[in-house]
Design a protein around this ligand. Structure first.
Ligand SMILES: [Zn+2]
Length: 487
């Protein structure tokens, strides 16, 4: 919804699950299990817990997970935020079923210096970002609590209230999620939880725990209209916390908004101050990958990829890096990819020949197997695809045979030299023999073709391709079939 005529200000508090192996203050795993069995206890409630993350009296937190601190630094660097080199953990008190120890451990609140302040992403200024632990998962209907989530490391990213409509928020969040996926900072399948603050005429209201882009879009659109209508009726908007009920399609009041004082923040006496080493920050900075917009610009300019395909490639860091390596391997001698832009058009064409093998064929095979290049068990080398493309280009194998070989590239690619099946094209005499066999075995289809059904020929060609294991040239097969049938 585009509504520019009202004084709309929208700010976000985004909670992302940091991609670490263990929880923030204990050694419980974030996912999976330490057992050797297949499947493990992935989905069994309360299977990844200990006295620390269940808040058992007498338990003390361990030193914070360094992996989580490093991921926080990566995120701060991507935004250009100013990193605080000394921060202290705070206890944010509240009494709720999901938090048995009575407080959440966080680097926010009245006395805290956030982990990083300022910075900007896609035109929106950031207020701060900080680490905190996730509470447990409480089901108000059954009363059951699952502590697997308790103590998971979260990053909270707080923006300035600079958004003005739902569309802008959703597009910005999509870019944010993509950039965070490039640095592997947040867990891909864990999703994000977003609190949205909106103010129009009155004080700001907060909508808690919106966990999908669609929900965020609907909630913002509903709430803006509601506030504008309330204002027209002369109602004054007070600060409050709302929940968005997706089934009803409306926001519901949860409580009047707490101020910081309500949480009685105090520094956590069980945890030491986090001191961040500048050398570590510099090392992390030097290891950051290029961000999506840089990759996109390179594809468009250096590799002359069209915008649509460039966008497909940049949706995933592994995919775009695979394409870049492939371009490097297949670049004509003496023309490194970096100089492709100034190379002659026919040489640049080489990169575009690779394109469909990556954006269509590779993605087809990966999707079919429900895999991605990121998966640990997937190992596809650009060198192997380059060899395959070369074999097709030189006419050593047919395009169809190339595609068939690619089907076997997941999970592990191989050199054509190691390929067990026959790969060379077969000659015309051999194709003719196969055509005769196909005609003999499909007399009914041959008659259909003779009586004018053109599509029957495609069926016959298909049979020749099958018998030849896709090593026959299908154009040649078509010609021979036509000649033999005498049509
Ligand atoms: Zn634990």
């Amino acid at each position: 919804m585009k509504t520019k005529t009202f004084p709309i200000k929208i700010g976000l508090e985004i909670h992302g699950y940091l991609d670490t192996k263990e929880k923030l203050f204990c050694m419980c795993l974030v996912s999976g299990c330490r057992c050797s069995g297949v499947g493990g206890s992935e989905d069994i409630p309360n299977s990844r817990i200990c006295p620390i993350c269940t808040g058992t009296p007498g338990s003390k937190p361990m030193a914070p997970n360094i992996e989580a601190v490093k991921k926080m630094i990566q995120i701060a660097l991507v935004f250009g935020s100013k990193i605080s080199f000394e921060t202290t953990w705070q206890r944010k008190h509240y009494n709720w079923a999901d938090l048995p120890k009575g407080y959440q451990t966080t680097i926010s609140g009245a006395h805290a210096t956030p982990n990083a302040v300022g910075g900007k992403f896609k035109g929106i200024n950031l207020t701060e970002l900080h680490l905190e632990e996730d509470p447990a998962q409480w089901n108000p209907d059954s009363g059951k609590i699952n502590y697997n989530r308790s103590g998971l490391p979260l990053i909270e990213i707080v923006t300035e209230p600079e958004f003005s409509d739902s569309e802008q928020v959703v597009e910005w969040l999509k870019s944010l999620i993509l950039s965070l996926s490039y640095i592997k900072a947040v867990r891909k399948n864990a999703g994000i939880k977003v609190d949205v603050n909106i103010s129009t005429y009155g004080e700001r209201v907060e909508m808690k725990n919106l966990n999908s882009l669609e929900k965020i879009r609907k909630a913002i659109d509903y709430e803006i209209l509601r506030q504008v209508e309330a204002n027209e009726k002369g109602e004054v908007q007070k600060m409050e916390t709302l929940a968005f009920d997706e089934k009803l399609g409306k926001t519901i009041k949860m409580r009047s908004k707490e101020g910081a004082a309500d949480y009685r923040f105090i520094p956590d006496p069980d945890l030491l101050t986090i001191k961040i080493d500048k050398k570590m920050v510099n090392k992390i900075k030097s290891e950051l990958p290029e961000m999506p917009e840089v990759k996109l610009a390179k594809l468009l300019k250096t590799h002359k990829v069209d915008k649509k395909n460039a966008e497909v490639l940049t949706r995933n860091l592994e995919l775009v890096e695979f394409f870049e390596k492939l371009a490097m391997i297949t670049a004509p001698k003496g023309v490194p990819p970096a100089q492709m832009a100034s190379a002659k058009a026919d040489k640049v064409g080489n990169v575009n020949k690779n394109l469909s093998w990556v954006t269509i064929e590779l993605l087809r095979v990966l999707n079919y197997n429900k895999k991605t290049l990121e998966d640990e068990d997937v190992e596809i080398l650009p060198e192997h695809l380059a060899e395959l493309i070369k074999a097709v280009e030189s006419g050593k194998i047919t395009v169809l045979k190339g595609k068939q070989i690619m089907n076997d590239f997941v999970p592990k690619s191989f050199s054509l030299k190691e390929h067990k099946g026959e790969i060379g094209n077969i000659d015309e005499a051999a194709i003719e023999n196969l055509c005769r066999q196909v005609i003999d075995e499909n007399l009914k289809v041959v008659d259909e073709y003779k009586s004018g059904k053109g599509a029957s020929l495609n069926y016959l060609i298909g049979q020749v391709m099958r018998l030849s294991e896709r090593r026959a040239d299908f154009k040649v097969a078509g010609e021979i079939l036509k000649r033999l049938i005498g049509n």
